[in-house]
Design a protein around this ligand. Structure first.
Ligand SMILES: C[S@@+](CC[C@H](N)C(=O)[O-])C[C@H]1O[C@@H](n2cnc3c(N)ncnc32)[C@H](O)[C@@H]1O
Length: 257
């Protein structure tokens, strides 16, 4: 699949503009930042409900499958409240080996309340970090929030050492019509309702509605894999579970391409 040629800036956007949430694309970044800032205190509770408590287990399995080992220097992009970073710390053997990055101060403050890792405020598309620094880069459930897949993946490639691994976890829209309908009813109907009851916050229910709408509008896996390849990664691949849990993987070549 090729780049989105209809985009005037020739970006590979993860999904078309969802104008019902933020008007035009220029307001998307501020909308996403505010949404996560406001809902950060509810995030972990809602995630536990949504995933029936399997989130930490799944994240650790995904990191292990991707090859995260003790002693590796890890960058967790879009760390949020630290759900991936916590598992990365357990696998890498020390919090000194894992750095978290996120643009939302609300999410970062939540992470800091339970984790003692170094944190950088920033976005995946523009990492304020040195080149060739990390053995492993993870990103959990945030690819839909970057403005341009090519910009983000070029940055991931730049900060990774030769031979290092990128692992992007995402939810993928199911291909089957019945599965899609079932997931839509659960994610767009039931989850926001339960979220409203659990948190009593309209904004957090809105986060969950947005969560589903970005998944449904997201570019297909082939576009994501192609963008990883364009950034220079080799051995680009996707691991899926239950048809909806995707891990996009690639390695920075050991010899320069
Ligand atoms: C759904 S949360 C995921 C948190 C965590 N990784 C997890 O597995 O639960 C998405 C996170 O992406 C962050 N985010 C939004 N835009 C981003 C960007 N352009 N670059 C990096 N992170 C971004 C948000 O602030 C938020 O903390």
């Amino acid at each position: 699949m090729s780049r989105n040629s209809t985009d005037p800036k020739n970006m590979t956007r993860p999904h078309p503009a969802l104008t019902e949430y933020y008007g035009n694309s220029n307001h998307r970044r501020g909308f996403v930042r505010d949404l996560f800032n406001h809902t950060a205190p509810d995030y972990d509770r809602v995630e536990r409900m949504l995933a029936f408590g399997s989130g930490p287990w799944y994240r650790r399995r995904a990191l292990t499958r991707a090859g995260l080992q003790s002693g590796m220097q890890v960058l967790d992009v879009a760390m949020g409240t630290g759900l991936v970073a916590r598992e990365a710390i357990a696998l890498s053997g020390s919090d000194g080996h894992v750095i978290g990055l996120d643009p939302s101060i609300g999410m970062v403050n939540e992470a800091r309340s339970t984790l003692a890792l170094p944190v950088v405020l920033g976005r995946g598309e523009q990492l304020p970090l040195r080149s060739d620094s990390f053995d492993f880069l993870s990103m959990g459930y945030a690819l839909r929030h970057v403005s341009d897949l090519d910009a983000a993946f070029s940055e991931y490639f730049r900060v990774l050492k030769p031979g290092a691994t990128v692992c992007v976890m995402e939810i993928t829209r199911p291909r089957g019509r019945l599965a899609l309908l079932g997931l839509r009813i659960y994610m767009k109907g039931i989850v926001p309702l339960l979220t409203r009851l659990l948190t009593r916050h309209r904004e957090t229910a809105r986060l969950m509605e947005y969560y589903w709408d970005t998944i449904e509008a997201c570019v297909p896996p082939e576009t994501i894999l192609a963008a990883l390849g364009r950034a220079g990664f080799e051995n680009v691949r996707r691991h899926t579970s239950l048809g909806i849990f995707s891990e996009y993987l690639g390695n920075k070549p050991i010899t320069p391409c």
